[in-house]
Design a protein around this ligand. Structure first.
Ligand code: F0G
Length: 452
């Protein structure tokens, strides 16, 4: 029998702290010697690096192909992904291929001339998680697992459930009860996951799941799984391709469990090492003030030791106090010359409405990027003439509750931010209830015309 065709680059799994290489990772993807995270490395590149011009033309050519792998915005870049048997084992929903939008109104709000949004919410299940999930779920299938599992604030579970279903695997979701938006929860249910709402927060769900994977043969699909990180790298590749390989000055990303910032940083460093890009953009991470573990880790320990927090924010996707990939994220920020910023609940709500008013929209966690950018401009870290890209991580429809409460003016009712929230009034567009007559509608229209 002929062996299945291989695709991708020769790779190894290496511990980020002690450097030990393993070909049989533990169920929790922790190094068996020192307990730290693993990453995928491509040792062949130091002696025989792929040629940058060849890579660029190959990636461009694949965009016109009808092959399922070529049509995926992740697998199109498989030359920088670990090797896989081609064909049946790859589970793809044609993820990636997300748009890069110009954001002229938000640019004015933030005080920069050139602002773009890379909208990862335009992935098949509505968040950036799909780019990592296609790779890691494929790895699970290739290894013969029947069950996959994750702890999640909602998007990972939606994505995992979809890819598991497509790949003929069962999925187990652990989510914090009452803290996951309905949009995300309904996706997991519809895609057939066994969905357990635990009476704890995200960090508690992670603790429970780590025990479960020790006892049962389930494949862990949280972002400690290094295959997730490899897939998520491709957002940076696609972004740079959209800029014709001329890097922007800044890339700004929300931070929760810090897998995504780690992935984007890894991509930038690899592209630079391979001479695909001439210089590194600065990668900066923005967190909610109430879930600011990375901000505190850098401020209080210089990035040496994790400072965990009890997380609280209405941006439920990033309500995480004990981020798993903090070390990888610190490394990415330091290597690219980026920084961290934190933003308040009112700042997040305002930024989300501004992104919405641009006709783009996103979920609250994504809006921290614009809120953070405003602060970074005020501090002089981002200069007016620099090119800035915000990574929008989730679709507007992921959390319609937040949006409705915002426009009805209920978001901060009874909270300590209620008085600060008065600044939001100008952005609020509550629906009006009218008599069912043309006159009533015409009158409303004229009223609005007079105001503009
Ligand atoms: N934005 C959105 C919309 C998210 O869903 C997440 C994480 C983040 C940002 C933060 O990314 O964790 O890689 O730093 N959501 C995870 C989940 C934790 O379970 O869906 P990160």
């Amino acid at each position: 029998m002929t062996p299945p065709a291989q695709t991708g680059a020769a790779s190894e799994l290496r511990c980020i702290a002690c450097g030990r290489v393993t070909d049989r990772p533990a169920q929790d993807f922790r190094c068996s010697v020192c307990g730290d995270l693993l990453e995928i490395a491509y040792p062949g590149w130091s002696s025989a690096a792929p040629d940058p011009a060849t890579l660029k033309s190959l990636w461009r050519r694949r965009r016109t192909s009808h092959d399922a792998l070529d049509q995926s915005g992740v697998w199109r870049f498989r030359d920088l992904l670990p090797e896989f048997s081609k064909g049946e084992s790859v589970i793809t929903l044609r993820e990636g291929n997300t748009p890069l939008y110009e954001m002229p109104q938000c640019a004015r709000m933030a005080g920069v001339q050139y602002l773009f949004a890379k909208h990862q919410g335009m992935n098949p299940t509505g968040s950036f998680k799909d780019t990592g999930m296609t790779v890691a779920a494929s790895a699970a299938r290739q290894r013969g697992f029947r069950w996959v599992a994750c702890a999640s604030t909602g998007n990972t579970s939606a994505s995992m459930a979809a890819y598991a279903a497509r790949g003929g695997m069962r999925s187990l979701v652990l989510i914090p009860e009452g803290k996951v938006s309905w949009g995300k929860l309904s996706q997991a249910l519809d895609y057939g996951a066994v969905t357990c709402q635990l009476k704890t927060d995200f960090d508690g769900c992670v603790r429970v799941l780590n025990e479960v994977v020790q006892r049962m043969p389930v494949y862990l699909l949280n972002s400690v799984n290094p295959y997730r990180i490899e897939g998520q790298k491709t957002a940076a590749l696609e972004l740079l391709e959209q800029f014709d390989w001329q890097p922007p000055d800044h890339i700004i990303v929300p931070g929760g469990n810090l897998g995504n910032s780690s992935a984007l940083g890894k991509a930038l460093l690899e592209l630079h090492q391979l001479n695909v890009i001439p210089r590194l953009p600065r990668l900066s991470v923005v967190q909610a003030e109430g879930a600011n573990a990375l901000v505190r880790t850098l401020a209080e320990t210089g990035g040496q030791r994790l400072v965990s927090v009890q997380a609280e924010t209405a941006a439920s996707a990033i309500r995480i106090g004990n981020p798993a990939s903090w070390k990888k994220a610190v490394r990415a920020l330091k290597a690219t010359g980026g920084t961290v910023e934190q933003v308040s609940e009112v700042e997040i709500a305002l930024a989300k409405a501004e992104i919405g008013a641009e006709g783009i929209g996103c979920e609250p966690a994504s809006a921290v990027t614009l809120a953070g950018l405003k602060k970074l401009v005020r501090k002089g870290f981002v200069k007016n003439g620099e090119n800035v890209v915000l990574i929008l991580t989730g679709h507007l429809l992921k959390d319609p509750d937040f949006t409705l409460k915002f426009h009805r003016g209920d978001l901060f009712t009874g909270s300590e931010s209620a008085s600060a929230a008065r600044v939001l009034a100008e952005q609020q567009r509550a629906p009006v209830v009218l008599d069912a007559t043309p006159e009533a509608v015409v009158q409303e229209l004229q009223k609005r015309e007079d105001r503009s």
